[in-house]
Design a protein around this ligand. Structure first.
Ligand code: HEM
Length: 411
């Protein structure tokens, strides 16, 4: 049965639509009436291209697609970042070096290697330094005598520092790494005046930087994560180019996502004062997961069908694109009681904000949760009376639920 509430030509990947209101009421309508729906219009999301795609909106179906990589491929027809030519591979090959764009068995091989950098031990080793960073970030924001922008003053810094710490980027190089990362992900929004070319240039420079870093460590191994991932030239380690693309992916996957989770979390607290009071009193360990569920910083990812199959009663043809709408799955009333409520004690919370549980499940989840916890602990201690000044300004993007500016006052 067609979905009555959706006009023809409705496009979930239209940045102008998504950046205004997540969760979209249209998601609820689709989940109810047509949970797997063909959206025929040429969408704006890079990689979906022109034939259209299936919008998958129910929790169970998003999980199903995510956990069946043999039916729904990540490597076919994907494009996340654009590059410059002098990377010495054509753009398609370059995309294939990115973990998110790989399928088993290649994905399994690379993921097993890079996972070594994300063990609980590796993350615990960063905790004290990140806690100090979080305290310093909140401390300098606190020094403002009037309103300030929470995004630039608080939410931006910790995710970048966390990635830099994880990889071991020297302090002096961090500013340029941060600039490249920010430029790479911002070009969807015209306000930033960053062209695709500048985005591609930044991606290329970041990769070259990381490749040089890897080459250095191959020559002179140290006791750091880069050396662990690249030291020996055998099957069990990454080549310098693979490492370069891995760093690129971390800068994209771990940066804006966590920044937006922190910003949305703050906004959610300030618009739900009873939850902020509860947080300050009890600091529930379930908080970070609820922020990610409620806001869903990554709205959707895509897959491509490897063969004819069926999903939600629809016939999916080989080669069809499938959009996994985490933002919808996370508000599915079949799974979550009162799904639109922001409830930091929600437990269990089987949200799909970090992916649908398949092989691509977010590698940085523990790091992201740690960062969110550390920053809100610091804010609750140092700026307990923070208040909102006006509305957030949202990012224009088809797949990131982002906030560009959030004016607050520490009082
Ligand atoms: C993958 C969300 C933070 C690294 C993903 C996926 C999502 C996601 C939705 C795709 C899962 C799939 O396709 O099944 C988020 C959110 C974050 C966050 C919402 C913050 C709140 C991070 C951080 C890092 C990171 C901090 C690392 C520093 C990755 C990587 C992948 C990934 C490497 C690809 C994994 C693979 O393809 O095997 N993330 N992420 N993420 N994320 Fe995160």
């Amino acid at each position: 049965m067609p979905c009555p509430a959706l006009p023809d030509g409705f496009d979930f990947t239209d940045p102008d639509l998504l950046h205004h209101r997540v969760p979209l009421p249209e998601f609820a309508e689709l989940r109810r009436a047509e949970p797997v729906r063909w959206i025929p219009q040429p969408p704006n999301l890079a990689g979906f291209q022109d034939e259209g795609y299936w919008a998958v909106t129910r929790h169970a179906d998003v999980r199903y697609v995510s956990t069946h990589p043999e039916l729904f491929s990540s490597s076919l027809n994907t494009a996340i970042i654009r590059f410059n030519d002098h990377i010495e591979r054509d753009a398609i090959d370059a995309q294939r070096l990115i973990l998110l764009n790989m399928d088993p068995p290649e994905h399994t091989r690379v993921r097993q290697i890079v996972q070594r950098g994300f063990t609980p031990r590796a993350i615990r080793a960063l905790e004290q330094r990140l806690r100090d960073r979080a305290l310093a970030i909140v401390g300098s924001a606190r020094a403002h005598s009037g309103p300030f922008d929470f995004v630039t003053e608080v939410a931006c810094e910790l995710p970048l520092q966390a990635i830099a710490e994880l990889i071991g980027i020297p302090q002096d190089d961090r500013v340029k790494i941060f600039e490249w990362s920010n430029r790479m992900i911002a070009y969807d929004d015209p306000e930033y005046a960053i062209t695709e070319e500048v985005g591609a240039e930044s991606a290329t420079e970041l990769i070259s930087y990381a490749m040089n870093m890897a080459a250095d460590r191959k020559q002179c191994p140290a006791k750091d994560i880069v050396s662990t991932l690249v030291a020996a030239e055998d099957e069990g380690n990454l080549g310098s180019d693979e490492f370069g693309f891995f760093v690129l992916m971390l800068s994209v996957a771990g940066n804006e996502t966590t920044r937006n989770a922190i910003t949305h979390g703050m906004h959610a607290f300030l618009t739900h004062p009873e939850q902020w009071e509860l947080y300050k009193r009890t600091r529930p360990a379930t908080t970070a997961e609820e922020i990610v569920r409620w806001a869903t910083p990554v709205v959707s990812f895509q897959r491509t069908a490897t063969q004819d199959t069926e999903l939600g009663g629809k016939r999916i043809r080989k080669g069809d694109r499938v959009g996994l709408f985490y933002a919808s799955a996370n508000h599915d009333p079949e799974v979550f009681a009162n799904p639109d409520d922001f409830d930091i004690t929600r437990d269990p919370n089987p949200h799909l904000g970090f992916g649908g549980g398949g092989p691509h499940y977010c590698l940085g989840k523990s790091l992201a949760v740690l960062e969110i916890d550390l920053i809100f602990h610091a804010i609750a201690d140092a700026m307990p009376d923070l208040s909102l000044v006006g509305d957030p300004r949202r990012l224009r993007s088809a797949w990131i639920n982002g906030v560009k500016e959030l004016q607050v006052d520490a009082g």
